[in-house]
Design a binder for this molecule. Structure first.
Ligand code: ADP
Length: 393
């Protein structure tokens, strides 16, 4: 079997997917995870045909935990007679310069490394994946697909901070993330939305562990809730979302916190976890009867509602609200709370359809369509990798 390997390499986990290329089209066949990369790495692979999930022994012959991890994936492919024809990498940052997926080579990698300071918690690890694969297979066709590129069409005013010009010129501005998810969902519009609104004014809410929203018109991003970094905008599992920057000054002065401590506080200890004191996981909060769990849920929905306001102003109208990702696709009570805030605008939820997790969840009287569209970031990467492989043959 010929396959494309899709890699999402993070600081402590590597998520991957194997897309079999059949009938000239990549189709997802396996998904995998290497967890606890720096402690006791564990690799698990799920066969999507049979539903079986197995733990796979790690191959311990690289010079670093990352090399071990990639070698383990490559060995598993080899042992299962899977011929790797290309690898597609999730890359967090292409800044304003990279507007679409690119074929990787030394020069591109060098440029991407210059963007490390913009996303120090993601970009170096994303790049590491490609470098290790090249070390093993120098001729492998590798592609980088960017979380930022979908948002390079956003309005300049929506992207600027009111900072001195030299900082803006240095690249301190809003970029927008989750672009691979938005690209997939926008590709699905035709399958879900009424034809007259497919090119209309649409707010997509990617509500998962990371949570962002985008204003989309004519299938292009006009503005987004996130951010110079992945900590802006909505409340997330463990990240604050937008916050007065003086809170950081306060922490530095009154609590003597340095860079690492502040980073941990705003990225790992805050958000749903910080407010609830219980869990970053929405399922746990919805199942809990604690007051603080309820507060975390309420704050999450309130912040989403605030962004519906901002983004509908960006769009100068609203044809549809679209929910996606773990919470957006599965949590009916969260969708209900959010839609209640938008009722005055004419968005009317059909609670029976919503509770049944249907994909069209508005009432017949609703002036604004409300939909659930499942996302698949890996599919965007596989599709772009396959397209570029065909173009470069
Ligand atoms: P990631 O950003 O890690 O890809 P996901 O898109 O998988 O995240 O979303 C994870 C979030 O989705 C978690 O908060 C999880 O609790 C939530 N979630 C998944 N299924 C449900 C469900 N049935 N009800 C409520 N929340 C859910």
């Amino acid at each position: 079997m010929q396959a494309i390997l899709v890699i999402n390499a993070g600081s402590s986990t590597i998520k991957f997917a194997v897309f079999a290329v059949e009938h000239n089209e990549p189709k997802k066949r396996y998904t995998g995870l290497i967890d606890k990369l720096l402690l006791e790495p564990q690799m698990s692979i799920k066969d999507l045909k049979t539903g079986d999930k197995k733990l796979i022994a790690m191959y311990q012959q690289g010079e670093s935990p990352y090399a071990n991890a990639f070698n383990s994936i490559l060995h598993w492919l080899h042992d299962n007679n899977i011929e790797l024809i290309a690898a597609g990498h999730r890359m967090i940052h292409g800044a304003t310069k990279i507007t679409e997926s690119v074929v990787l080579n030394d020069e591109v990698i060098k440029f991407l490394e210059t963007l490390n300071p913009l996303a120090p918690l993601h970009q170096p690890y994303n790049i590491q994946g490609a470098k290790i694969a090249f070390a093993k297979y120098p001729k492998l066709f590798q592609v980088a697909c960017f979380d930022t590129s979908f948002h390079t069409t956003a309005r300049e005013l929506s992207q600027l901070f009111a900072l001195p010009k030299w900082l803006t010129e240095e690249g301190v501005r809003r970029y927008g993330f989750h672009g691979l998810s938005y690209a997939y969902v926008v590709d699905q519009f035709e399958n879900y939305l009424a034809p007259k609104i497919v090119d209309g004014k649409i707010i997509v809410m990617h509500l998962g562990n990371g949570a962002t929203m985008a204003a989309i018109e004519n299938r292009k991003s006009l503005a987004t809730s996130i951010g110079f970094s992945a900590v802006d905008g909505l409340i997330m599992g463990t990240r604050t979302g937008s916050m007065d920057p003086s809170v950081i000054l306060y922490l530095m002065k009154e609590h003597n916190m340095g860079y690492d401590e502040v980073t941990k506080l705003i990225y790992k200890d805050s958000g749903l976890l910080g407010v609830s004191g219980i869990s970053p996981d929405m399922r746990d909060l919805l199942a809990s009867d604690s007051k603080d769990a309820k507060l975390a849920v309420d704050l999450f929905c309130y912040r989403v509602a605030q962004w519906i306001g901002t983004l509908s102003m960006e769009l100068q109208g609203l044809d549809a609200l679209v929910f996606t990702a773990g919470i957006g696709e599965n949590a009916a009570p969260i969708r209900e709370k959010i839609c209640a805030y938008a009722k005055w605008m004419g968005a009317e939820l059909d609670t029976t359809k919503n509770n049944a997790n249907e994909s069209e969840i508005h009432t017949s009287n609703s002036k604004i369509a409300i939909h659930v569209i499942p996302t698949d970031e890996e599919a965007t990467i596989a599709k772009d990798t396959w397209r570029l492989l065909q173009q470069n043959k």
